[in-house]
Design a protein around this ligand. Structure first.
Ligand code: UGA
Length: 469
């Protein structure tokens, strides 16, 4: 099938590459011409496993980077809108890019003859967006009856985006128009029939993949709500376990055991119950607020979501208080931070809890050495940290002479740190772990003062035996 994808951000680019992998012919459109140029020259603008392989396999073949939205739209049966929906100052999603693109598609369809088109919302949007897209298109000259509108939200995660797309837990397609549902079913047929994984060059299935993929067809409003409600629920799960971890700290219990116990109930499940320094990234913070705004708009006060946000914000401040408690005072302390990205496996620092904690520490008068396997240059360019922050080439260099090491991102490589070497570099053997990457008993054996989240602190010596801080 001929498909246009408009907007080559995280969702759009991954979707385009994966749709090409499913043997569709994909025209990729973006208003950022330098991005198109870079893609045409074989560059991969985001750090994502398997994406370089897919781009290499399909660029210039089944995946073309188009300058003309009009030509691409006119040639396609399906047009995916994957442009950004950033938060407006009110917390609502800013849909101006979606509206702009809807007008452009309408202009492309206002003249000439062409086959029936399906316009598909792929970006995360509030309920009613599909209705608005239809209205905007009709007002701008697209003839009713010549196109249909659908919602097909994307559930991919950064770091595992390609396998999330090709081996999804579910595919949600929403429209009032059966032709739209049928066309979307045809697009995803290689996944719902289970054919794709059997192909010789298929991207390998991750453990526990659902094959064949399950497709849920519904109306557009329900599909839009499924996406917002899923992200808000996951954010709530994280805030919930963070709140439980705080109680564990207060009473001296161990959140790992509590997690194991509650997660063993199949109705609750153990996934997404890792306490830490709160959720971040380009989706949860924005989507929880946007869903809250949707509820407000339709007359329902969704106070539960306010609390999710409050707990998340407090979790970062609480972490800074932990550092203060173990170091006594913060001003003038030199700290080594491991991790800048909002989670491991990505170079994305948007709404990263690590970045906001580092900013708080700088405001308290700390100096910082930081290390991240892939997000350092983005952090440096962001201007969010002061020019005094030292960017180290490895964790040991970051730790050199520091009063403590902070673990801020759950990078896999941090779990295999050479702990004696790290300890030798540090001024004080202190680790404050915001991601619970190590076992407290192991850290005690290694001679560290180890502070984590929701678990008893270990290695705290009587004040008299501590070095002067
Ligand atoms: C999230 C959702 O998981 C995807 O399903 C969704 O498609 C995507 O948003 C989106 O709307 O586009 P992502 O932002 O890539 O994906 O990141 P997650 O893996 O969900 O992690 C989000 C944040 O929660 C990270 O800061 C992570 O460290 C934190 N987290 C996650 C925890 O603190 N504890 C956990 O147990 C899980």
């Amino acid at each position: 099938m001929k498909i246009t994808v408009i907007g080559l951000g995280y969702v759009g680019l991954v979707a385009a590459a994966c749709l090409a992998e499913l043997e569709h012919e994909v025209f990729c459109v973006d208003s950022d011409l330098s991005k198109l140029e870079a893609l045409r020259h074989g560059e991969t603008p985001i750090f994502e496993k398997f994406l370089p392989e897919l781009l290499k396999r399909h660029s210039g073949q089944r995946m073309r980077f188009e300058l003309s939205l009009t030509d691409a739209v006119r040639a396609s049966a399906a047009i995916f809108i994957a442009v950004g929906t950033p938060p407006a100052s009110s917390g609502e999603a800013d849909l101006s890019h979606v509206e702009f693109v809807s007008r452009q598609i309408a202009h492309a369809l206002s003249k000439g003859t062409y086959e029936y088109k399906v316009i598909i919302g792929k970006s995360t949007v509030p309920v009613y967006t599909a209705d608005w897209v239809r209205k905007a298109m009709e007002l701008n000259g697209a003839p009713p009856g010549k196109f249909g509108v659908a919602s097909n939200p994307e559930f991919l995660r950064e770091g595992t985006a390609v396998t999330d797309f090709l081996y999804p837990d579910r595919i949600v397609v929403g429209s009032e128009d059966q032709r739209c549902i049928d066309l979307l079913k045809a697009i995803y047929e290689p996944l719902t029939s289970g054919c794709y994984p059997q192909q010789p060059h298929a991207i390998p299935a991750p453990d526990g993949a659902m094959v064949p993929a399950r497709l849920i067809a519904c109306d557009a409003k329900s599909a839009e709500l499924i996406k917002h409600a899923s992200n808000a629920f996951l954010a709530m799960k994280i805030s919930y376990i963070n709140a439980v971890a705080n109680i564990c700290e207060a009473v001296g219990a161990d959140v790992d055991r509590v997690r194991e116990g509650i997660g063993a109930d199949a109705r609750i499940g153990s996934r997404f119950l890792h306490p830490g320094i709160g959720y971040g990234g380009s989706c949860f913070p924005k989507d929880v607020t946007a869903f809250r705004a949707v509820a407000q708009e339709c007359g329902y006060s969704f106070g539960l979501l306010d609390e999710v946000v409050v707990i998340n914000d407090e979790q970062r401040q609480r972490f800074v208080r932990k550092i203060r408690r173990v170091l006594w005072t913060l001003k003038g302390k030199h700290l080594a931070a491991l991790g800048l990205a909002f989670k491991g496996g990505t170079d994305d620092i948007r709404e990263s809890p690590a970045m906001s904690i580092l900013r708080m520490l700088e405001a308290e008068g700390c100096t910082l050495s930081v290390y991240d396997p892939s997000a350092a240059s983005k952090a440096q360019q962001s201007g969010l940290l002061s020019a005094d922050v030292r960017f180290a080439d490895n964790p040991y260099e970051a730790a050199r002479g520091a009063n403590a090491v902070l673990i801020l991102t759950d990078w896999e490589e941090f779990t295999s740190l050479d702990l004696p070497r790290l300890r030798a570099e540090l001024r004080y053997p202190i680790i404050v772990d915001g991601r619970n990457l190590f076992s407290p008993s192991e850290m005690m054996k290694q001679g560290f003062i180890y502070v984590s989240v929701g678990r008893p602190q270990v290695g705290i010596q009587p004040a008299a035996s501590l070095p002067r801080m």
